[in-house]
Ligand binder design. Sequence first.
Ligand code: MG
Length: 463
Amino acid sequence: MNAIQSISRLLTLALLCAGATSSTVWGQDRPPNVVVIFVDDQGYNDIGVYGSPLIETPHLDRMASEGMRFTSFYSASAVCTPSRAALLTGTYAQRIEMPGVLFPHHRRGLNPDEITIAELLKQKRYATACIGKWHLGHEPPFLPTRQGFDWYYGIPYSNDMYLDSKMKMASDVVFREGITRDEAVYGAPSRNLVPLMRNEEVIEYPADQALLTKRYTEKAVQFIEANQKKPFFLYLAHTMPHVPLYASEAFKGKSKRGLYGDTIEEIDWSVGEILDTLDELSLDENTLVVYASDNGPWKLNEGRGGSAYPLRGYKFQTLEGGMRVPCIMRWPGSIPAGSECDEVAATIDLFPTIAGLTGTDAPSDRVIDGHDIWPLMSAQPGAASPHDAYFFYRANNLEAVRSGDWKLRVTEADGIELFDLSEDITESENLADENPRIVTIMQALMASFDAELKANQRPAGTL
Ligand code: MG
């Protein structure tokens, strides 16, 4: 479908956002397990099968050879909090008032009235765990344990943040690096020192960041083993490779791409551990595993940031480099091995897709922006992106839209830009002047979508 066709189709549809549901594909006995591995700030290029020249990722490469690699897959934001809010709710983060990064002094979070993938799967009594970085509110009403997850283990926000001294300490909390309880509670907070939590309590401060990937992996494997007899949902949101970068001794100094590469290679090891566990427990063919990054790489000096090559732009930007991310999905026997998908798909699609696959009911009392992409994942002949238009917000500003191969971007810094991504993945040739009609149509598309979204906004959770 060309852009004009898809735009006119979209205008005709008047922004009806409900996705078509796929018929359930699981066998009689139980719906599929779901594992979502979500990493932090990994660039589009930073995996072997995505072309990384220096970082070695044999397990992710194997995952791709046994599943599907997406090449036009988008996160819903170029920063952490909104990206995660959108992933878990299937909704653009601006619609649920989660447009920006939360800090430890913020008293807000993902509204408990929102329905997360974990809550969706509770309809079928899934065992659910959140391991890793949450970043949707660290106060008790907003924590994973109040949003559908049976248990939580991880750091509540970014690893470059600091302790909120009001957080509840567990009776067995471990203080490290010579810090006492009094210093933790009454001292000035220090950047890069963050709490490690179990459910709703701090169990270690500061968290030993070099061990996070390893510990998350151990907890993930334990969770899978403990729940192998029932359907489970594991949301494993790695802290790395967000700065400050840390790898355990086994990986530190081992990659050809410095500490950044070390962190990715340790995450790759972690993926291998999870796939091996599924294999050993004969859960392979009943488990969908999704791997994606929450946003593009941070532009940092000394090699501390990743690479979005060949894409233009970085984290924080609505350019492709900020929001087009690596994504691999694997489900042997259901997703064709070694397949590739270049259709537009997005993290917001996971919610409705998982609803379709598990026979659960997505909420009908609210707008869900994502669509069921099972036709793409199962490589049905002629399957096309369900996104007639995909929208790129920066904070509360709608900056860009992609429709078919066209992307229109309107910013103060760069003016009006129109790119044909099929010919120009690097967003370097501005075709706006030659195509005024497309610019006008796409601007109208942005205006009408933004007006609809803002008319149907739902509030964030506040204390
Ligand atoms: Mg991030």
